[in-house]
Design a protein around this ligand. Sequence first.
Ligand SMILES: C[S@@+](CC[C@H](N)C(=O)[O-])C[C@H]1O[C@@H](n2cnc3c(N)ncnc32)[C@H](O)[C@@H]1O
Length: 240
Amino acid sequence: MKDAIRANFDVSVSAYDAYERRTGRFSALARLLYAEMAALGDGTLDTLLDAGAGSGVSTRVFADETARTVALDISREMLRGVDAAPRVQGDFDHLPFADDTFDGVAFTASLFLAPDPTVAVAEAERVLRSGGVVGAVAPLGWLTDDGTDVFEALDRESRSPTRTDDVEAALADEFEVSTGTWRFATTADDLRLFHEIPAMAARLYPKRSPDERVEKAAELLDAVDGTFEQRWRWIVGVSE
Ligand SMILES: C[S@@+](CC[C@H](N)C(=O)[O-])C[C@H]1O[C@@H](n2cnc3c(N)ncnc32)[C@H](O)[C@@H]1O
């Protein structure tokens, strides 16, 4: 599973960055997440681990806000784009850092990719100092005006390796958490662009090759029209 996730993101860099350039969605999520984390802690959020940093979209946001951010990602190709902070290729299930290293650990759109999020959550707790803050954002789907999931009407499920409720439960087991939902107005064109990212098209067609799954997603979404709401759950917690 981890090899598949790494391989999916290794071939997703240009499509990922194209989606981000058009929508700014991931930098918006990182900014909102940082604000929730900063509001929850004891006022010191100087050192931060960007866990699942990708091509550096979230890293740029965190590096602007902190004295020291470190970007960690399993995908070597995604990491190449990181220019705002030191980068480490690694797995957030086995963090290459000593106990009590960071004031904050942020999983911006990454923890739901873990087959078992409890492992990464325990690692986050270990590398956080006492009073440090964890934060995560995970997807709740794309909804039409009447609240129906877009993919329900298309007779297809958009599935993460781990459900967002399970991400939240894993964090709630280790930390006292606060949560909420962010809603973004979005369009059919943006929905299509999102699924041009092979790692995202894998949500619909995980067993296909990257090219095939992007092609299948384009066919599926070809006739989709109108506007939607994309929802994300945020979860933050403080380390004891
Ligand atoms: C949707 S991207 C988000 C990237 C970035 N945080 C952003 O906001 O643009 C998710 C990232 O998580 C990384 N990832 C997935 N599983 C991982 C793991 N076990 N350890 C480290 N990174 C992982 C992927 O390689 C990918 O770059």
